[in-house]
Design a protein around this ligand. Structure first.
Ligand SMILES: CC(C)(COP(=O)(O)OP(=O)(O)OC[C@H]1O[C@@H](n2cnc3c(N)ncnc32)[C@H](O)[C@@H]1OP(=O)(O)O)[C@@H](O)C(=O)NCCC(=O)NCCS
Length: 192
């Protein structure tokens, strides 16, 4: 955690949970986590296009691949309908600012964290932490034993965030995505 977080409780309601974070003595901010369905594809599209435009250094997908002919409604709905996946949207003080997905892999017990993004103005207040914790909860509820991700070399903020959450680099497991080298990080999931 980058700063002390004050939790004023959490509640589960139709896939929502609410936590509150108090960054460095400032006003209490409310982070709301919501599970998306295919009906939410426009909301997902808005955030994902913003992510690809703002942080092209972080993703294998390119903005142009999801615009024009590549940005059909069906394609966005299919993205949200990956079997066994969960897609989450985070709001900060009721404004959508972040996203992440948990998706299955071909490997037994191993699930993957993808598409993590927090809008620049909402960074540093715990939204990334909340998104990662939510994916971990999803992984645990799916009886996964490990959560994996790939992150580009040089994406220091993301790597620091993942390390804080207990992810470790898997030596010799680098992958190349769109010509960019990525390290693979894994966190064992405690079945508690
Ligand atoms: C990685 C990411 C999700 C972290 O979000 P977050 O909620 O701000 O995470 P943290 O709270 O860990 O940020 C810690 C600090 O780093 C800063 N920070 C985080 N990402 C930053 C960035 N890309 N540029 C500059 N500063 C950044 C935060 O403002 C905060 O600063 P502070 O400690 O001075 O307040 C976010 O930076 C992001 O969306 N980056 C672009 C997409 C990306 O890299 N995704 C991961 C793909 S593997």
């Amino acid at each position: 955690m980058a700063f002390p977080t004050t939790s004023v409780g959490s509640r589960a309601m139709l896939g929502k949970s609410v936590v509150a974070a108090a960054p460095r003595g400032q006003d209490l901010r409310v982070i709301d986590m919501r599970v998306l369905t295919t009906d939410d594809w426009k909301l997902w599209r808005t955030l994902r296009l913003a992510a690809l435009a703002e942080a092209p250094y972080a993703f294998g997908s390119r903005l142009a691949d999801w615009q024009g002919a590549g940005g059909r409604e069906q394609r966005w709905q299919d993205r949200l309908a990956i079997p066994g996946s969960q897609n989450l949207l985070a709001s900060l003080d009721a404004r959508p600012v972040g996203m992440v997905s948990g998706v299955p892999t071909g490997e037994d017990g191993v699930v993957e964290l993808i598409s993590l993004w927090v809008e620049a103005s909402a960074r540093g207040v715990g939204v990334g932490d909340a998104l990662i914790r939510a994916v971990e909860r999803w992984a645990r509820s799916n009886r996964a034993t490990a959560l994996r991700l790939a992150v580009r070399y040089g994406n220091g903020h993301a790597v620091a965030l993942y390390r804080r959450h207990g992810f470790e680099v898997v030596a010799g497991a680098d992958v190349v995505e769109n010509g960019q080298r990525e390290m693979v990080m894994v966190k064992p999931i405690d079945p508690r």
